[in-house]
Design a protein around this ligand. Sequence first.
Ligand code: GA4
Length: 330
Amino acid sequence: MVVQSPVAVSTKKTRAVAVGIPSVDLSLDRSMVSDLIIQASQNYGFFKVINHGVPRVTISRLEDEGVGFFDRPAPDLRRAEPAGSFGYGSRNIGLNGDKGELEYLLLPTDPFSVVETSKTISNEPQNFSGAANGYIKAVRKLASEVLDLAAEGLRVHDKYVFSKLIKDAQNDSVLRFNHYPPLKTTKPKPCKDEDHDEVGFGEHSDPQILTILRSNEVAGLQISLPDGLWIPVPPDPSQFYVIIGDALRVLTNGRFTSVRHRAIANSSRVSRISIMYFGAPPLNATISPLPELVSPENPSLFKPFTWGDYKKAAYSSRLGDCRLDHFKAS
Ligand code: GA4
């Protein structure tokens, strides 16, 4: 595994430490790549993918649309506020009082719904939907490839057991832009970085199967190591990060970990913009440990549930809650 150069960290809730983020080169030999994915998913629940095959123009086209959207005047943004769950939002996260220093745009991922939603988002909806649909297609392919490699590494019988969930016509995947404007602070800048703990997007794990994240060059993302230590993730606009979600943790009977992560508020002078594809199964799909990963030595750690049940539980929880605790086998 290629581990990036060490990064020193020092904030109130972290110790100074030198840790690298695992990086998986998809152009390497297939069995080597799948072993690297297994190691990173077990030890971190998080890794970078390089040589991912998504064309640069597919990424820049959507990023430009996102930048253009968040640059629009407030009344235009409000026009894109959700009628249902998709659209623009600001500072509110979820339904139970969580807040962050960000704005966001949530989109469906099926091509026809993207076209419909784009009408409230852009004055040139065809450009927006074209860019979004191109990006979604490419990152879904990448997500599916990573899931197939993971299944191979786990030596499960059906190599497509995970990817078929996000490729299903009824999949519940979503695409989200998070825009972290530079913090407008009237408070004097703290003399020590350690005192600075404004929240961009608070600590949580992603509920879905996996997330493909890409950001511009502005830092902010941090992941939590198994011992609770937080480490910053260096931004890399030309690569993607993979975040293992709770549903994949359950499907692998806890072999993979769903990493807790957060974004600190943006103290740089330019906006941070991240784009996440959240790969999710259909609402009626049952999520339970794969029988091949359950044995007398490794009994099932979770009760079966549907993705719809879990999503409902997620939206009735607070962002930082450990939602899987309610689904543990007794
Ligand atoms: C975390 C991952 C995604 O950003 C998200 C978030 C969602 C939201 O912002 O509306 C949730 C959060 C996320 C998990 C628990 C619930 C739902 C906010 C919240 C408090 C879009 C998702 O799917 O789950």
